[in-house]
Ligand binder design. Structure first.
Ligand code: SF4
Length: 415
């Protein structure tokens, strides 16, 4: 799932008062410069809409639109590098192309954008460069071209290996195609390959789920993301649910199936390092770790979010409006906000809790000038009583049960 294009209504919002807190507030394995920067590129096109998806993605209006979009992307990148003082001289450490379906545009187009990022932001050749791919829209030649372009990490949206369910979801691939795509990725030399799965899909039996996870765990991949299904308004699933036609597994079963997935993945050497993310040694997604630890990021494209210099802003979601704005020399920014004070601390705590390391008390206190145990004392007390978090001298972390009830924990921290 894309990380840089979220669903936030346009508009300007400022939370709290006072200067924005310094970042980052947590550590990334191996360490990195405090002013490290991530780069995100959003490709908003998909061949068709999946039944569960409410992300910023759709079909282009015509065959020329993706080309115009790539031109606008390149312009936004060059302009940002030349005109945004907060970006100057910062070490770019990761690039991530998400969507939508990045592989719905020609690999040469993606290659040109990655080349430009390297050129404008001194992104090292060996830095993690990820691209999301739909197994249904890539052949081995596409993967060859992406690898030659310098991408070294592929993230496949597989979701399930039950062909009947894949058809109902509106996916373009079947299980055989997903297997083949992962094999091609390894043949073409991608150092890191990730697979996304969705937990709690309708009509996926416990046995079928177990088979999917067990098979994926046996693949030559070093990362698996397991997202719990969320039924959103405005999606085909949302409409079916409102009409009473969507039969979802009960919460307890979802929790059991999630635990089962964790156990199967752990037996195959995958560590759960974030709520939805499992990695073999060396396979953690460094780009996503940046979101959870407060690393600055600059997102390009329709609907892309940026967080630089304490300000978060987001571009217009419409590809047409985005192209018109950038090509016309105007700003594509649709809204901005500056988190500060209590709101900034709460967001940092919520994001840090997603990681297995939890909130590192010392790092948090350095960034915000207050021990997180004291900043949210009444909330921790309630959450400890409910068995959802653990607090010790070094860190505050979710309990096993808290990992499945994260939304309850997060809402207890909201100011
Ligand atoms: S391919 Fe991905 S972004 Fe596109 S509709 Fe499906 S889930 Fe959403």
């Amino acid at each position: 799932m894309p990380q840089g294009a979220h669903r936030r209504p346009p508009g300007e919002r400022v939370y709290g008062t006072g200067p924005a807190a310094p970042r980052p507030w947590g550590e990334v394995e191996g360490g990195e410069a405090p002013d490290a920067l991530s780069l995100y590129v959003h490709i908003p096109y998909c061949a068709r809409r999946c039944a569960f998806c409410d992300l910023s993605a759709g079909r282009p209006r015509g065959p020329e639109e993706p080309l115009a979009y790539l031109t606008a992307l390149r312009r936004e990148i060059v302009r940002a590098a030349e005109e945004e003082p907060d970006l100057r001289g910062r070490p770019a450490v990761t690039a991530y192309f998400g969507g939508g379906t990045p592989t719905s545009v020609q690999p040469e187009g993606l290659a040109g954008v990655l080349w430009l990022l390297r050129n404008q932001f001194a992104l090292p050749d060996e830095a993690e460069a990820s691209v999301e791919a739909d197994p249904g829209t890539v052949g081995q030649e596409t993967l060859w071209a992406l690898r030659r372009a310098g991408f070294n990490r592929l993230s496949f949206g597989v979701q399930t290996l039950d062909d009947r369910v894949l058809r109902r979801l509106g996916r373009l691939h079947d299980a055989a195609r997903a297997r083949a795509a992962v094999g091609w990725a390894r043949e073409e030399g991608f150092a890191h390959v990730s697979v996304d799965l969705i937990l709690g899909l309708p009509q996926v039996s416990r046995a079928a789920w177990r088979e999917t996870v067990a098979e994926v765990a046996s693949w030559p991949v070093d990362h698996v993301s397991v997202y719990a299904l969320q039924v959103e308004e405005g999606t085909a699933f949302g409409r079916r649910q409102r009409a009473g036609l969507l039969s979802l597994p009960p919460d307890e079963l979802v929790v059991e199936m999630g635990d089962e997935a964790e156990a199967v993945l752990a037996a195959a050497g995958f560590e759960r390092y974030e709520l939805a993310s499992y990695a073999r040694p060396g396979g953690r997604c460094l780009h996503n770790e940046g979101y959870w630890t407060g690393r600055a990021y600059r997102g390009f494209g329709a609907g892309a979010h940026s967080y630089v210099g304490g300000e978060r802003r987001w571009n217009t979601r419409s590809p047409r409006r985005y192209i018109a704005a950038v090509v016309g020399g105007a700003s594509p920014v649709a809204g901005r906000e500056r988190l500060a004070g209590e709101a900034a601390r709460a967001e940092a705590a919520m994001l840090a809790l997603r990681r297995d390391r939890g909130i590192e008390r010392a790092a948090f206190a350095r960034a915000f000038g207050v021990d997180p145990a004291a900043a949210f004392a009444p909330a921790w007390e309630r959450l400890q009583e409910a068995g959802l978090v653990t607090v010790d001298g070094e860190r505050i972390a979710l309990s096993g049960r808290g990992r499945w009830l994260y939304n309850r924990v997060a809402s207890a921290l909201l100011p």
